[in-house]
Design a protein around this ligand. Structure first.
Ligand code: SF4
Ligand code: SF4
Length: 177
């Protein structure tokens, strides 16, 4: 058996103040009191404070956060998606399942007849959006799977994804391909 190397660690001697912890206790109290005063000030200014009454009052989120997916449309209302499977291949959680069908049209070879995302398996990494060559899938809805007694909808299917557009946001992609 090989000899294990031993490292001696020397501990510095604590001063009297450090040993009775008075200063550290005072520092901890000062931080707690400052949070308390800040919260009272925020409440007086009409802000909700640190606690959000979710799900009735959701916490405001930044637009850079990735939310539920949506599938973009062509001007004629058909899916922008060409069922190439790039998103499903890039997905690290293996939670996208696509069934393709021939369009029978020139210019666009395939389209999805099924497009399922298992949202409870999704890790919201955005790799599917990055991998898509057609701007057919976006994650800018600002929505997240809702908690509840019934549980969230687990599978987001093609009907849901094609209609999952926030109000006032364009659902037609301007991509040229
Ligand atoms: S966000 Fe990530 S985990 Fe979720 S479907 Fe897209 S690639 Fe998969
Ligand atoms: S969403 Fe984009 S990457 Fe995924 S199958 Fe459709 S075209 Fe391909």
């Amino acid at each position: 058996m090989a000899d294990a190397e031993t490292t001696m660690v020397k501990y510095s001697k604590k001063s009297l103040w450090e040993r009775i912890y008075i200063l550290e206790i005072a520092r901890g109290l000062a931080i707690t009191i400052s949070h308390f005063i800040n919260n009272i000030a925020e409440l007086r200014r009409g802000k909700v404070g640190m606690t959000y009454q979710y799900p009735e009052i959701p916490k405001p989120i930044d637009s850079v956060w990735k939310g539920e997916h949506r599938l973009m449309h062509r001007p004629d209302g058909t899916p922008r998606c060409v069922a190439c499977n790039c998103c499903a291949t890039a997905c690290p959680a293996d939670c996208i399942h696509i069934v393709a069908e021939d369009t029978g049209r020139d210019g666009v070879e395939k389209y999805p007849i099924a497009f399922d995302i298992d949202i409870l398996q999704c890790v919201f990494c955005g790799m599917c959006v990055e991998a898509c060559p057609c701007d057919a899938i976006r994650m800018d809805t600002g929505k997240f799977p809702e908690a509840g007694y019934e549980g969230p909808v687990r599978i987001l299917d093609i009907d849901y994804l094609m209609n999952n557009h926030p109000e006032g946001v364009n659902k037609i992609s301007e991509a040229i391909y």
